[in-house]
Structure formats: C-alpha cells, structure tokens
Design a protein around this ligand. Structure first.
Ligand code: PEP
Ligand code: MG
Length: 875
C-alpha cells in the first residue's frame, strides 16, 4: 500500500520533495530531540494524487491520517473530540520551496461547542478558550469554506465600536462568546450549513483546503515570479497545538539566527506576549524586539538562542525559526533557511565560513549572481541626502534606495508600471494578494507591521527596497492617498525611499553609483584561489579603471582607444586626423594627439598601479566619428579652417555602406601606418614616465584590431616596432612589451597558425566574430534575434551568450592553430558575451588565460569561474 502519511519521527531533512520543506525540517528537528510539538505530514504525493484525480481524499489516505491521529492521541494523552482532554491541532501547508503566506493554515482545529468548554476548564481561562474557538471559526470559514475574511473581521470591528473599545485584547470572554455565535450565524447565512462540529470532518476538510490552496491565484503568481514548478504540490503538516495566547507567561515569535537585513550575527526578530502565530505575521499588534525577551524570560531566551545556534550549525545556514512559549515552556514550530537581503547573504556566507560552519567550496557555490548584483546597487548620493529632511520614517525592512511615484493599490501600481512609470507601492499593510504590485514596485512602504510582516519578508526576499510600520502614515483603503500629519501623499506623488535607513522623502534624490566592495575584498581572495582563468576589465577611463580594480580585475584586457575621443574637443582633433588631406597635415595632428594620448595612457597606468594593461590601437567605425548633418559639417569646417565643401566631399568619400565591415582597425593601420606608430610611441613613452614616477613595473600590451592575415599583421607590427624601438633606444632602459592581435574575423581563425608566428597574444573579439560567423549585423540584429528567440530557433541571444556551435568552434580552431606555432601564445576573450555565466561554462573548457569584461560584470564572472572549477573538483 502506498504511504501517504509520515510521522515527524519517521522523516528527515533530505525528504523535502515528499514531505515539503516544513515537514522535512519538523521531522529533522524531532530527530535532533528539539522541543517540537508532535505531529505528522501528509505527503506532496497525496496532494498531487488528490489534485489529479477529481479532488478526492481516497479511503487509503483517510485511513492513514486516522492511524496517525491515533498515534498523536497516544503520545499526547489527548484525543479528538474528547470532552476531558481534547486534542487540538494546527493544519499547515508546506511545499518543497518556502512560499511565505501563499497557502493556507488552520489553527485550533478540534474545537467545537463541547471541547471549547473543556479548554475553558483546563486553562481556567474562558476568554482564552473562546478566543481560540472564534479563531478556528474564522480561519476555517475563510480558508476551508471560502467565506470572505473581511466578513469575520467586520464583526469584531462592529463589536469594538459598539463597546467603545480600540484593541482586540480589550475584548472579554463574553465578547468572544458573542463573536462565536455571530460567526456561526455567518456560516448559516453564507453556506446554508453549520460549522462542522466533528473534528474528523474538520480535519479532512482542512487537508483538502490546503491541497486546493496549491492552485490558488496568489500561490500560482508566487511560483511564476520565483520560478517554482507547478508540479510539486504541497504537503500538509498536522501538529499538536501549543498556545502562545495562554496568558502572560505565554507568547509567540519569529526569529532569525542572524540579522536578515545586514547579516550581523545574533538573534534578530520579534515576539508577542499572549498571542498566536498569525498575530506576529499579520502585523495586527506591533511586536517587541526579541532582545526584550532576554529580560522578560531570560531562561527561554537562552534556550532559544542555543537552539538557533545549533540549528544553524546543523543546517549550515542562517535559520528563520518560529517559536511559541506555552506557560513558560518553549516549543519550536518551524525552522527553515531564512530569507535575507543579498547584502546580508554575502556577509552571512563569509561569517559562516570564518566560523567554520561551512567550507570554502560551499561558500563559493552558495553565492548567487543576484546577491552580487544587489551588493553593487546604488544608494542615495550622500551629499544630496545631507540637505534633505525626511517627512516619514519606519522600520528599515529591506535596504536599498528607490525613487518613484506613489500608488496605493497593486492594480494601480501595475498599471502605472505598464505606462512606464517607476512605482512606489504604499499600503496600510500588504497581503499575498498584493504580490503583483510588489513585484513591479521599486519600493514598498507600509504604515503597519513589523520586520517579519508580509511586506517586509516578501520585499526582502525579492530584493526590493522597503520601509514598513511607518506609524505616522495613515492610508485608508479606497481613498488612494495617504496622510502624514498635515502632509498628503497623492497618487503619483514622487517619493524617495531609503530602505537602509527607513526614511522617506518627498521628491527625487539622486543616486550614488559607487560600488559597495566591502565584502567583495574577501570574496575576491577566495575566488582567486579557485579560478584558473583570470578576469580583466574592458575599460579605458581612469574612473572605469579604478572601479574595475576595486571590483577585482587583475588588469585591463581591452582599452578601446577610439573611446578616448568621444569628448567634444577630442572629437574635433580626431576629425581633423581622419579628414586630413596630406601626410604632412596628418603628421601635424598626430603630434598633438600623441601628447593627448600619452596623458591618457599615463592615467591608465597610474589607475592600474602595475597590473597588466592591454591597449588596443584605434579601431574606429568611421560612421561614429564623421560629421553627419550640413550644420555639423559647417561647424567642423570652421573649426578646422576648411571650406564646407571640402569637409562634405571628404566625409562623403569616407562614408561606407557597411561601416562595421569597412575602414576599421588594421585597414586604417595599413593605410596610415603613422597613426599606429604614434600610438605605439605614446604607449611606450607613457610607460617609461609612469615607471619613473611611481616605481612599479609596466609591461604594456599593444593590441592590433581586426587582423585578417599574417602578412598584414607582420607588416604593421614591424612598423610599430620601429617606432617603439626608437623610443627605447633613446631611453636606454629595458622595457618588456608585447604586441598581439584581436581575433574577430573568421579568416583569422583559420590562418591563426601563421598569425601566431608574429603575435605575442590573441584576444578574441566575440562581438565582431559573432557578427561575421552568424552573418548578423551587431548593430541591427536585435529585431532578428528576438524573432529567432520567439520562434525557438535560438536558445540565447548570440551577442549575449557565446554561440558554442559556431563562434565557439571558431575560437577552438584558432586556439589550436595559434598554439601549434606559438605554444606561449597568451589567450584572452574580450567580447561582451564572454562574461555571461553560460559563456563562462563553455570558456572554462578552453585553455585560455583570461576573459575581459565591463567593470560591473567582473565579480560575477570571477564567481562563476570559481564555481565551475569547484564543481569540477567535487565531481
Ligand atoms: C569585439 O569585437 O568583440 C570587441 C571587443 O571589439 P569592439 O566591440 O570594440 O568591436
Ligand atoms: Mg571588435
């Protein structure tokens, strides 16, 4: 017979597929001897069977559930429906992956008109017992029977109003009794039936409701947003109730074993005295910080602290633990890996490693690309922030900074996003129904709820900036505006939200682009120990080079010298060069340019502080540099002392049908050798000067772009070397330089053995190589690529992920050919696609020395390279 049900004492943490994450962890904690209320799990397989076979609990399932209930009864000495000592249980969903608040829970199941009286007797607390009963009626009505929860809530609100009371905890036993009878009436009005008094019927219906909740809309949306398969199903955990609402020596709370916002060690969380679990999560009452528990109940705090530390060691990860204290006795209700910000994730992983809880390989494997990306997120510009005064503050629930227009419902937020606006979702509190609105928001702001409220947990998990519990803010449902004292936030009001400080400002505050590299330094050291392929940067401005070095580049792999001429006065000099009519005119310009370039290279060397620097000689697609309109031609003519007609004629002569395949790179070098000679001299002279000034050694790498042929390359190399040697002869000092080539034209791959006889290194330019191997223009291809992706012809955009079958094969041929004649040939890859994780998986199989990418992609590339190697060693 198929097993549909497992006692907690029978399972283990490895069985997440079958028992769900919660069930597997409850079983594991039971095995570890932790104080877990006893219970059992109905499997995910039972859920799938139920959903796929007409929504029926089979007799088998029912028999097994009842057999487990009997075991529960035996262990607890209580029994279902027993007048003296009734067994009460919680029924909770739990799928393989945590989906907080997405599916359903029923507490206090087993209560009915009779057992509530025994709870009164046993607890000697009538108020408590009837509060429990009304909660069951409410949750069961909402979750199992589909009665709108607001109907229940409005009864409580009406009662409080009529009695002149503000808070639920001011309601007496008699009040709750009245509510209970009104709730029963609600069942009759809405369903034409009574609340089921039989605990067994309650249990079967609750199990069915949890199974069904796998397919509710919010669960489906959550799965879509988090890439969770629809085919997993949810398990159901049935567990003896323990009560945090038994009075002043009882309570309930949620703790993280470390701070989920910034990763700092030590318990972090909240609890409420005399409350049940959902009170904390729903943010109905503002909870106390867990540190206060150390004073309120020191013994229980100590025990909780020890348990959390042990759970962390056992699971080798930061834990999110739900606990209840019933009349002084601590129970652990759940543990799972805690959701955290990306910044916290980096800090936690590093700390776990330093504390010896995880090894270096685990550390390398555990960091995800999104964590690194978020660590590099901008914050508000510090100077701009200094002059601003916030008008609202709350709990800093999820760090980051965001600017956007305020919207007060998930729908309005989604519509605004569709219109292209940046959106701040402002709510009293959020519920799972708001998930779409949260997903499109730059930031989430709520007026109620604590650090573990829905808004806080979900926003943190998604890496969205969030400030919750802004008590000065009043948001009334349906009014589409918020008020803070005299101030009003209208729909569309621009807000700046600082999720790190918990502050909100009117208007837009500029962002800071500086990278947060604090934890990265340690990570670089670790990645460098594992990765064999190095990572360099594509950068040429001192600013970019400094950023690249701070982000872990071992050097510069590509400095596009034509990019040094984008600035206005530089552009004019460059135009003068390409529009020059005679060698003499060109040489005059080159003299000026040499000084300018020397300064550029000196800045580069200084910023690189002795690391490898590869300078690529001019490779200007001419259309990017020629004046286009008559107006521009006129301006250029005036500035260069030429006539408009001269400039126009020359520009027309130089204009090309396909400039990306035109007078670029080495074509320019062959036609005007003096240009590359000038650059060669500038590179070498700058190196001498910086070495003399700074004292570190520089080994310049001079890279020639767009090579087609070995003779072509050898000729131009020779002419550059003549110029370089002249400088060296004057200086009379040794200098170790190299001259190599980009490989970005298919022919160059096939004749790479010949080229390599003259080249010290190859660097593959996959942007151009992809363009030519696939025959798709790199500038015009997005439309075609999108079409091909939609049609399933391409799996990935070949300009983002190296096309292994075509471009990859070409690279392999070139490496093999090149190393045949020059075994010491250094090899790098510097096209955009090189840094993509999928490309790295492929490139890691090749005998290359480095990849080179834009500065902000460096950490991710280094991480992926290290991960690939670690995976290989583990295999
Ligand atoms: C390339 O072609 O891949 C390359 C890096 O050079 P560019 O993008 O400057 O043509
Ligand atoms: Mg190129």
């Amino acid at each position: 017979m198929k097993r549909w049900v497992y006692l907690f004492s029978e399972g283990s943490k490895e069985q997440r597929d079958l028992l769900g994450g919660k069930g597997a962890n409850l079983a594991e904690m039971t095995k570890l001897g932790l104080p877990v209320p006893t219970g059992f799990t109905v499997t995910t397989e039972a859920c799938l069977h139920y959903l796929n076979n007409g929504n029926v609990l089979t007799d088998d399932m029912k028999d097994q559930v009842m057999a487990s209930v009997m075991q529960l009864e035996e262990k607890t000495g209580k029994s279902f429906g027993d007048f003296k000592n009734p067994l009460l249980v919680s029924v909770r969903s739990g799928s393989k992956f945590s989906m907080p608040g997405m599916m359903d829970t029923v507490l206090n199941l087993g209560l009915n008109d009779e057992t509530v009286e025994s709870l009164v007797r046993n607890s000697e607390n009538e108020r408590f017992a009837y509060d429990c009963y009304r909660r069951l009626l409410q949750m069961f009505g909402d979750v199992v029977m589909g009665i709108d929860n607001s109907k229940f809530e409005s009864r409580i609100t009406q009662l409080k109003q009529s009695e002149g009371l503000n808070f639920d905890n001011e309601l007496t036993a008699n009040h709750w009794k009245r509510i209970v009878s009104e709730y029963k009436q609600l069942y009759r009005e809405n369903l034409d039936r009574d609340f089921p008094q039989d605990p067994v019927e309650q249990l079967y219906l609750a199990i069915e409701a949890v199974f069904g909740s796998w397919n509710n809309n919010r669960a489906k949306t959550y799965r879509r947003l988090h890439d969770i398969s629809d085919d997993l199903g949810t398990a159901v955990n049935i567990q003896e109730m323990v009560f945090g609402n038994f009075g002043e020596t009882s309570g309930t709370g949620v703790v993280f074993s470390r701070n989920p916002s910034n990763g700092e060690p030590g318990l972090f969380g909240e609890y409420l005295i005399n409350a049940q679990g959902e009170d904390v999560v729903a943010g109905v009452r503002t909870p106390k910080s867990i540190q206060v528990l150390a004073e309120d109940m020191p013994e229980q705090f100590e025990q909780l602290d020890t348990i959390c530390k042990n759970l962390e060691k056992h699971y080798k990860d930061m834990q999110d633990v739900e606990f209840t204290i019933e009349r002084g006795k601590l129970f652990i209700l759940q543990t799972r890996s805690g959701k955290r910000t990306s910044k916290a994730q980096l800090a936690i992983i590093l700390d776990l490693f330093k504390e010896g809880i995880i090894d270096e390989e685990t550390l390398v494997q555990r960091i995800e690309a999104k964590d690194l990306e978020a660590a590099l997120h901008p914050s508000f510009d510090v100077k701009a922030l200094k002059n601003r005064v916030h008008f609202l503050s709350g709990l800093a629930a999820s760090p980051g900074a965001a600017v956007g227009a305020a919207y007060f419902t998930a729908e309005a937020a989604t519509e605004a996003k569709d219109r292209g606006e940046r959106v701040i979702l402002v709510r009293e509190e959020t519920s799972p129904e708001d998930i779409e609105g949260i997903a499109v928001a730059e930031a989430v702001v709520t007026s109620r709820g604590g650090m573990t409220s829905h808004a806080a947990v979900v926003a943190r998990g998604m890496g969205i900036c969030s400030v919750v519990g802004c008590e000065a803010l009043t948001v009334v449902d349906g009014e589409n505006r918020g008020t803070v004292g005299e101030e009003t936030i209208e729909e569309g009001t621009i807000l700046s939200v600082d999720g790190t400080a918990g502050k909100i400002y009117f208007g837009e505050i500029p962002m800071e682009e500086v990278a947060n590299t604090v934890a990265l330094d340690d990570l670089h050291e670790i990645w460098d120990r594992h990765a064999t392929i190095k990572v360099r940067a594509n950068a040429e401005t001192p600013n970019d080079i400094e950023t690249a070095m701070a982000l872990g580049a071992v050097g510069i792999g590509l400095a596009r010298t034509e990019h040094m001429f984008f600035e206005k006065t530089r552009l004019l000099q460059f135009r003068r060069l390409i529009l020059a009519d005679t060698l003499q005119e060109r040489q005059e310009v080159l003299k000026e340019l040499k000084e300018v370039q020397k300064q550029d290279f000196k800045f580069m060397y200084q910023a690189g502080a002795g690391k490898s620097e590869n300078v690529r000689l001019l490779d200007p697609p001419l259309h990017e540099f020629l004046p286009k309109t008559t107006e521009e031609c006129r301006e250029v003519a005036k500035a260069l002392g030429k006539t408009l007609n001269e400039v126009k004629r020359k520009s027309d002569n130089l204009s090309e049908t396909n400039p990306m395949l035109g007078f670029r790179g080495l074509r320019l070098g062959v036609a005007y050798p003096e240009i590359y000679q000038m650059q060669g001299e500038a590179i070498i002279e700058a190196a001498y000067e910086v070495m003399a000034e700074q004292g570190f050694e520089i080994k310049p790498e001079i890279m020639i772009p767009f090579t087609i042929d070995a003779t072509e390359f050898a000729t131009v190399r020779h002419s550059i070397e003549e110029a370089v040697q002249k400088v060296m002869a004057e200086k009379q000092l040794p200098l170790d330089y190299q001259i190599g080539t980009m490989i970005e034209i298919p022919r160059a791959c096939f004749v790479a053995d010949e080229i390599a006889k003259h080249a010290d290194f190859f660097s593959f330019g996959t942007n151009d190589l992809t363009q030519m191997v696939l025959g798709l223009s790199r500038d015009d291809s997005p439309r075609i690529v999108t079409q091909y992706l939609d049609a399933g012809i391409f799996q990935d955009d070949p300009f983002q992920v190296i096309d292994e079958a075509g471009v990859g094969a070409m690279i392999k041929i070139a490496i093999e050919n090149g190393r045949k004649t020059n075994p010491n040939l250094k090899i790098g890859i510097c096209g955009e696609a090189a840094a993509h994780p999928k490309s790295i998986e492929f490139l890691s199989t090749l005998p290359i020395d480095y990849i080179s990418c834009s500065p902000f992609r460096i950490p991710q590339a280094k991480m992926k390279l290290a991960q690939v190697r670690v995976e290989e060693t583990i295999k």
